[in-house]
Design a protein. Structure first.
Length: 162
């Protein structure tokens, strides 16, 4: 059996194209699926998917000192925050106003909630003192809004007894 030089070249080119395509598509899917979070001593932040394709994400930041979460979505065409979110957290977690320094953690995840203009993501916020996690939904309306949109509590999970 004789293998021609053109067959070998075709095999090498085909393998290279296949490996390249796999790495591009598998890599982009992994990046869209992986939640990204970071924190300092005074605040924490995460992203959550906002649209069905996972190309648009909402950013949420919790300020430990203020006990509030703010968020926003950057418009892909304008590069500006066109959707903003806000929620005061201390009351949600039943914290005493004299709690020295509440400590929060946050992570975003994909969700498929029913409802008009609901995003395709949710955020989960945990607080150390209360030992609770609260899942929040957020809307993603077709048009930008001038005022901050609310975060809607979905459910609570107790991870530690108080």
């Amino acid at each position: 059996m004789h293998i021609s030089r053109s067959n070998v070249v075709s095999l090498i080119v085909g393998a290279a194209v296949g490996i390249g395509a796999f790495s591009i598509f598998a890599g982009s899917r992994a990046l869209k699926a992986a939640p990204q979070s970071d924190r300092t001593k005074k605040f924490t932040m995460t992203v959550a998917p906002a649209d069905q394709l996972g190309e648009t994400h909402a950013l949420f930041v919790i300020d430990f000192l203020q006990g509030q979460v703010v968020g926003g979505i950057i418009n892909n065409q304008s590069g500006k925050y066109t959707h903003r979110y806000y929620r005061q957290l201390n009351a949600d977690f039943g914290l005493d106003p004299n709690t020295p320094e509440p400590e929060y953690a946050i992570v975003g995840s994909r969700a498929s909630l029913a409802g008009n203009n609901m995003s395709k993501g949710i955020i989960h916020i945990a607080e150390k003192t209360s030992g609770r996690v609260i899942a929040y939904a957020f809307s993603y309306p077709n048009r930008p809004t001038a005022r901050p949109l609310p975060l809607t509590p979905l459910d609570t999970l107790q991870f530690r007894a108080q």
